[in-house]
Ligand binder design. Structure first.
Ligand code: CMP
Length: 141
């Protein structure tokens, strides 16, 4: 068993699809280990997506991620990172496999319903970005 980080993004929360997305993730075998609703500040969204700083969509992405609440969560299952990437589908919903979260619920490449960590290393970093030591360490008890 290992863990990864997912974020239900402001488009899916705003259109009332958060429950459906969460049910889909649980149906795919993930256990929710921590979850919160939060509002990202621009500086936080910018930091979270710093790897994309030079990309043309960076400012829009930061504006989108701060446009409403999002729901980060820690998910657990075997091979969590790769299974979650498979479960959510390609970045662009037009290219996402049928039945994936993005094929079902995303609007477009930017407003794509959900984020998932792309490696175990980033899962650890991204988990620490949203959840305090107490919230994460509390999982051990
Ligand atoms: P995510 O998995 O959260 O990681 C980076 C995000 O940048 C991605 O999902 C999209 O929301 C966004 N993104 C990636 N490529 C593009 C693009 N070409 N145009 C707009 N947004 C993009």
């Amino acid at each position: 068993m290992n863990r990864t980080l997912a974020i239900i993004k402001p488009d899916a929360v705003g259109s009332g699809k958060a429950g459906k997305v969460l049910a889909h993730l649980e149906g795919a075998g993930f256990t929710v280990r921590a979850l919160k609703m939060t509002y990202l500040k621009a500086v936080e969204a910018g930091q979270f997506y710093a790897v994309h700083r030079e990309r043309p969509f960076y400012q829009d992405l930061v504006a989108f991620m701060t446009s409403g609440p999002c729901i980060p969560m820690i998910l657990e299952r075997e091979d969590a990172v790769s299974h979650l990437r498979e479960t959510i589908g390609a970045t662009d919903p037009a290219e996402a496999a049928p039945g994936t979260v993005r094929a079902l619920y995303a609007e477009n490449k930017e407003r794509n319903a959900i984020h998932a960590s792309d490696s175990d290393e980033n899962a650890e970093l991204e988990t620490g970005f949203f959840f305090s030591d107490q919230e994460v360490l509390g999982l051990q008890g």
